[in-house]
Design a binder for this molecule. Structure first.
Ligand SMILES: [Zn+2]
Length: 245
């Protein structure tokens, strides 16, 4: 115990410097070069994952946005019957259009809702305060709708879908709003219109991006077949992102 106390005492000036430096940086007032400790972001930036480093035979299915449930009853049945622990990165306005669809899904499958902002704006066009408004606002609405806080954050493509969808401020805003990891994806396998992207050979730890809508059942079946071929089972991202760095 004394050793821990000594370590904390030694760290205190660094933490204090980081804490004091943050407002000055946010206001753009820190003109003079700052010592290394004072440039530390606060709160700590959330790590960004495009895939999960794991030796387990698992992959991760994520489903974005949430529009189009009226034509997605088959996808709901499949998610429930196969007990797929999908991570649903939903927009509040989308799930509020059809809350029963998602409540049924959450009650009868291991799927969970995660954070995808309030308005789907491109984070890189926003200040850190605006980004916090988007991420914390989505968290608060989700808590009110489902009684569960999101733990993961996926930035949205805005209107132009120009990568990257996030910057350093996004990572600290995510932490400030309770999301411990920023999640992107390994493969976007969403069918748009008549075009389905070819499904590659899948590997352990891959994160697959799909979207809600009438095409979702077919997309899920294609991904599940490829997962079976690779000997992989869907697992829940929340369970594999605790302590990620
Ligand atoms: Zn989206």
């Amino acid at each position: 115990m004394p050793r821990i106390r000594r370590t904390l005492t030694a760290l205190a000036p660094l933490l204090l410097a980081a804490g004091l430096a943050a407002p000055a940086q946010a206001d753009g007032a820190a003109a003079a070069p700052a010592p290394a400790a004072a440039t530390a972001a606060w709160p700590a930036p959330a790590p960004v994952l495009t895939r999960v480093a794991t030796g387990d035979p698992v992959l991760f299915i994520t489903i974005d946005d949430g529009w189009g449930t009226e034509d997605a009853a088959g996808a709901q049945r499949l998610l429930i019957e196969r007990r797929i622990p999908a991570s649903l990165f939903l927009l509040p306005d989308a799930y509020e259009r059809d809350r029963d669809y998602y409540r049924t899904l959450l009650a009868h499958s291991p799927a969970r809702v995660e954070n995808h902002t309030v308005t789907h704006r491109d984070m890189t066009t926003l200040t850190e305060a605006e980004q916090r408004g988007e991420i914390c606002g989505a968290r608060d609405r989700q808590l009110a709708a489902f009684g569960d806080s999101p733990q993961l954050f996926r930035p949205a493509g805005g209107q132009t879908y120009q990568w990257p969808y996030y910057n350093d401020a996004t990572r600290t805003a995510a932490t400030a709003c309770g999301a411990r990891t920023v999640i992107t994806w390994t493969h976007d396998l969403t069918t748009w219109g008549a075009w389905s992207p070819p499904v590659p050979a899948l590997s352990a730890g891959d994160i697959v991006l799909l979207h809600m809508g009438p095409q979702l059942e077919g997309d899920l079946r294609r991904v599940l077949a490829a997962a079976d071929a690779a000997g992989l089972s869907p697992a829940r991202l929340r369970d594999y992102t605790r302590g990620a760095s």
